[in-house]
Design a protein around this ligand. Structure first.
Ligand code: MG
Length: 366
């Protein structure tokens, strides 16, 4: 089963409400879609959004990496020998994790189809259903309280609240407002997206603990490269701390676990460069007794279908942050994962189960 063709297309799908974090505001979900065609007729799909502030990738850089570097290296190669093939993919250029992820997921899509299994079963098949959280964008406390209540009414039981954009007093006011609106039955996790210093984080999280705000976990309190700061926060508070932007690679994960700099880890295919490396990060985490969440960038149901298949395949992955497609004003994917409120299930289909991508189905596509 050789790779015969590797095509790329640009898509752009508007969001129903802007997605706001400490790092950025997103109005349109842009992406490069990858289509791999094999000589036996199987087709695999992949997606890479340009998340400049996290991965450094742009639409142009993703397209260039795939068309000029990955494609010439992988074309006519046999997918069934996927170990050396994916080693080659990762060695052919450094970083560019989103471009690698898009090609990697298309390769796994073909492999699972060839094995006549849904991808989550091809990779391990730990679960057949997942529950996603829903993200509350960072805004005024009043607006966030209203949004939280709205998501609760839509059936979500875990809220991921974005903080870290301005000052800690405002963040605490936001969380108090949300907690007072949604009550105690809802799980609240925070994501500061690198927005605090270690000292701010320690003071603020301790205050939240004293106020009884019952925070499940805090994601990436400090800037990505500050592992000392991350460890300081983890050592100083009761609330579990999760590393996100600090960990792209298995080597970085190992460093975080060896130094006990975080209690939990958020794996994203767009950071790891796809499933091949994400599996390694999860295995290392499991060996250290660390549970993983799988999350995503602002991606369509294509990228999230791949992430959800991976997440469902492993027992050590216990938290799921797959709300991005629910934020989009249009769905350009045919097939793929199914949403029923907070529940995600998999169609009875091989591979990703995606049969078509309407790349011009969004807006602003050139
Ligand atoms: Mg995060």
């Amino acid at each position: 089963m050789n790779i015969q063709q590797m095509e790329t297309f640009r898509t752009a799908v508007p969001l129903s409400k802007p997605f706001k974090t400490a790092l950025r505001t997103v109005y349109v979900a842009e992406a490069v879609v990858v289509k791999i065609t094999c000589d036996n007729g199987l087709i695999g799909w992949g997606e890479a959004p340009p998340t400049h502030v996290i991965t450094g990738d742009s639409l142009d850089s993703v397209e260039y990496a795939i068309q000029q570097i990955l494609k010439p290296n992988l074309i006519n190669e046999n997918l069934l020998n996927y170990e050396p093939l994916l080693q080659k993919l990762h060695k052919s250029l450094v970083r560019n994790s989103s471009a690698k992820a898009a090609v990697d997921m298309a390769i796994y899509d073909c492999l699972a189809q060839h094995s006549k299994l849904p991808l989550f079963q091809y990779l391990g098949g730990a679960k057949a259903e997942l529950e996603t959280d829903f993200t509350v964008s960072v805004n005024s406390p009043k607006e966030m309280g209203e949004d939280a209540l709205h998501y609760l009414e839509r059936g979500f039981r875990v809220l991921k609240v974005k903080v870290g954009k301005d000052d800690m007093a405002s963040d605490i006011a936001r969380i108090r407002e949300i907690r007072s609106r949604v009550g105690d039955a809802v799980e609240i996790r925070l994501d500061a997206n690198q927005g605090w210093t270690a000292k701010e984080a320690i003071r603020g999280i301790r205050k939240m603990e004293d106020l009884g705000l019952n925070i499940e976990l805090v994601e990436q309190p400090v800037i990505a490269h500050d592992l000392d700061g991350l460890k300081q926060v983890t050592d100083s508070v009761e609330t579990p701390i999760m590393a996100d932007e600090s960990v792209f690679t298995p080597e970085q994960a190992l460093q975080v676990f060896q130094t006990r700099s975080a209690d939990l880890i958020n794996i994203k295919l767009m950071k790891s460069g796809g499933i091949f490396q994400a599996e390694k990060i999860n295995s290392i985490a499991e060996a250290y007794g660390v549970e993983c969440m799988v999350g995503s960038m602002i991606e369509t149901r294509l990228g999230i279908t791949a992430a959800a298949h991976f997440a469902a395949s492993k027992s050590n992955i216990t938290r799921f942050d797959f709300d991005a497609p629910l934020m989009l004003a249009a769905d350009i994917i045919t097939g793929g994962i199914l949403y029923n409120g907070r529940k995600i299930s998999f169609p009875n289909a091989n591979g990703l189960g995606i049969t078509d991508v309407d790349v011009k189905g969004g807006v602003n596509v050139e």
